[in-house]
Design a protein. Sequence first.
Lengths: 186, 290
Amino acid sequence: MLLSFTCNGRPVRLEAAGSMRALDVLRDLLGLTGTKEGCGRGECGACTILLDGSPVNACLLFAAKLQGHAVLTVEGLAPAAGASSGTGGAPAGAPAAPAAAALHPLQEAFLEEGAVQCGYCTPGMLLSAKALLDRVPRPSDAEIEEALSGNLCRCTGYAKIVKAVQRAAQALERERAGAGPTGALQ
Amino acid sequence: MEYLLAGSVEEALRLAGGPAVRGGRARYVAGGTDLAVQLLQADGTALPGGGPAVEALVDVSRIPELLRLESGPEGLRIGASVLLQTLARREELPACLVQGARAIGSPQIRALGTLGGNLCNASPCGDTLAPVIALGGRLVLASPEGRREVPAEEFFTGPKATVLRPGELLIEVRFEARALEGRSAFRYIGQRQGQAISQVNVAVWVRGSSGRVAEIRAAAGSVAPTPVRLAAAEKLLRGRAWSEELGREAGWAAAEEVRPIDDVRAPAAYRRLLTAALLREALAEVTGGS
């Protein structure tokens, strides 16, 4: 079927079997290999992407379910890597250039807190955390643990990941506090 | 395998019964979180257990009628494609249903999985099954011949088996207004807090009257081939003045009446103990402060 959806802020149209996994559409057809396959059965969360802002397992998602919706993968998390959610005006035709892009506050915080070891779970962790912070800007540790309960990490023991999400929440809050008046002046 | 997006109930029924997919080889799919795993295990097309190969999936997750969630004087109606995530966040819905939806899978699963999918998958450990039974839910099923209503406790016929006929589609679950007047609670135990399959789950609904249990429905999952009403415990409680001692007695009555098995998740004897403890706790929650 002809699939038409938004991926990391850019419109995508491609021909794919509707029963294909969204994970394979992203990795094999679009070359977005930041989304990882772990268990392949919806238990580990390594393949977590955001579908209209909600975290879902791309390994369980039939490609047809992308139709007309907006996908965010780790490649689209950093604001400069594409039109991130919430900013409407990406430069027309700008190619994705993740290598040169600034990092999202969550990515910065994961680095600063040492919340990454092997890194395989990190893209999924980042997206589950983003979905939480979009909905609950100042979460408790318990809310963070609940939001990340579908993401397994076998390296870190989770403590630093929770700290990193708290750190990112504070950074985003400072950003909003700083950006508010500036935005109003523009 | 064809993947077809249905825009209406009529279209879904037509697609599922179409010539390309005769003989029960079309499957309805809502969130797909259970079905995707089943298809994967069976190497793409054949369902485990010797079922016919699946030639088409008919996606019902976007049908407006299946997405309705309406509460009014005549009761509550929840469309089959309403997300578990939606139920988990609606504090105004009956407590046992909210708590049951929260117990399922992970945030990622709840963002795709639906009430109808959890019911039709008919796993004995599904965490919305006991709540829907305890609330006296009625399932509205549609087929080309028309619609029928089935009480939730008659819907399940075995592990992963229901009264659904080939091509029949669950439209919504209805709850009478009376079921919303009482108080309800859900309890489960799994091997951990997140992504855990219930070793036992229990849902209760109680309408109290001056300290007495005027009306009660209780149900448990993972203790028999289907979710079951806890009839002996209900009988013991009905009409009695609430006390903690009564809650303990009801718990032991429930432990005796369930028929659990030993399996990879828990031994039967432990499941009986859990049934008693969870019923006691759920009863304490619904009767607390009333």
